[in-house]
Ligand binder design. Structure first.
Ligand code: KG4
Ligand code: ZN
Length: 335
């Protein structure tokens, strides 16, 4: 079964063709990230306008790269929630028109379910149940993936998402957007023990909180400035990365130990972080659990992950009519 996946929930306009939820035939990503970087973060209005400009050519390229046409597709899957609403609506409406015109079924896909499905593309043998940390620019969840379309959220952030914390700290340190890759790059030459940053306390065993950590970095920067100096950027980047990776890995591994999960995954933009990947790998080995990590090219937003999850949503009978709307927020375990 061939599915065309379309993604437009943030600053990537993306389309891909995936067979049976696992086999990649094309993966095209057009991004407005360079333009967004000028403003230090995503300007929703700019993202929406670029999606409207890029989407047609992006989808055409994905079909062309796959050597197919829309007539060869068995369904069109699209991210309908959660995300920047003006951005999401561009993809939703394009997918509706395309599905209607070609007489194909329309499959609505939850963006975070898509991030999780990125793991199926990298590891075709992977099957639920497993435990997954989904960490992106807008969300940080520890999720029990009980089945292809069944989820139980064990923990979440009570304030900022992990990616948002990377982005805000990078901005404070004068590093470019997106903050995750900038911090990881700066951290390479820094000492992770140079600054003592806190682990914020939070209610709920698997919940996380990052606003106190971010404030601690801001305070260090201000204190240094008041003394007429500046923080050492590589050292602060390394110290921050170490602390946030430790927090995320610890919570995920605690949840794995408590639930007896023997399979652990990472998903979302922050899953590209090398230190986080390493800590999860090391910790899982001690637990005797198997770790599956998405290939770096599938960590950030892409159409392939939407097409992959779209396959399972289709099998589950999750089809949409032409009244499909986009939603800015929606729980991952919605039914
Ligand atoms: O999943 P994603 O591409 O988009 C959303 O759904 O939000 O995640 C983007 C987030 C950004 O906050 C970015 O700074 C972060 O993922 N990110 C990283 C890395 N690469 C991207 N965070 C830490 N380390 C990285 N290597
Ligand atoms: Zn995302």
């Amino acid at each position: 079964m061939y599915i065309l996946g379309i993604e437009s929930s943030c600053d990537e306009t993306a389309a891909a063709v995936v067979e049976d939820g696992k086999i990649l035939h094309s993966n095209v990503i057009s991004t407005s990230v360079k333009e967004q970087a000028l403003y230090g973060g995503v300007v929703p209005e700019i993202a929406s306008r670029r999606h409207a400009e890029y989407i047609s050519a992006t989808v055409e390229q994905a079909l062309r790269d796959a050597g197919m046409t829309i007539a060869d597709m068995d369904a069109v899957a699209v991210t309908f929630a959660p995300g920047l609403i003006g951005a999401v609506l561009v993809g939703v409406n394009f997918a509706k028109g395309l599905a209607y015109g070609a007489g194909k079924p329309l499959v609505p896909v939850h963006h975070l379910r898509g991030h999780i499905a990125a793991n199926y593309l990298t590891h075709p043998e992977l099957k639920p149940p497993f435990l997954c940390l989904v960490a992106s620019g807008g969300h940080s969840h520890i999720v029990e993936v009980q089945d292809w379309c069944r989820y139980r959220v064990l923990g979440r952030t009570v304030d900022d998402a992990a990616g948002e914390a990377f982005d805000k700290v990078a901005r404070t340190l004068g590093l470019p957007y997106p903050g995750g890759p900038s911090i990881a790059r700066a951290a390479k030459t820094g000492n992770p023990r140079a600054y003592r940053l806190p682990t914020p306390k939070v209610e709920g065993k698997y919940n996380v909180s990052f606003s106190g950590l971010k404030t601690a970095v801001v305070n260090e920067v201000h204190n240094a400035e008041q003394r007429g100096g500046a923080v050492n950027v590589p050292d602060m980047a390394a110290s921050f990365q170490e602390r946030i990776a430790q927090i995320l890995a610890r919570k995920l591994l605690d949840a794995a130990a408590d639930t007896g999960a023997k399979t652990i995954c990472l998903a979302g933009g922050v899953a590209a972080n090398g230190r986080l990947r390493q800590l999860v790998n090391d910790g899982a080995q001690k637990l005797g659990a198997r770790v599956y990590l998405p290939e770096l090219k599938f960590c950030g937003d892409n159409g392939a992950m939407i097409a992959a999850q779209g396959y399972y949503e289709y099998q589950d009978g999750n089809l949409a009519g032409l009244g499909l709307n986009g939603l800015p927020t929606l729980a991952i375990d919605y039914r």
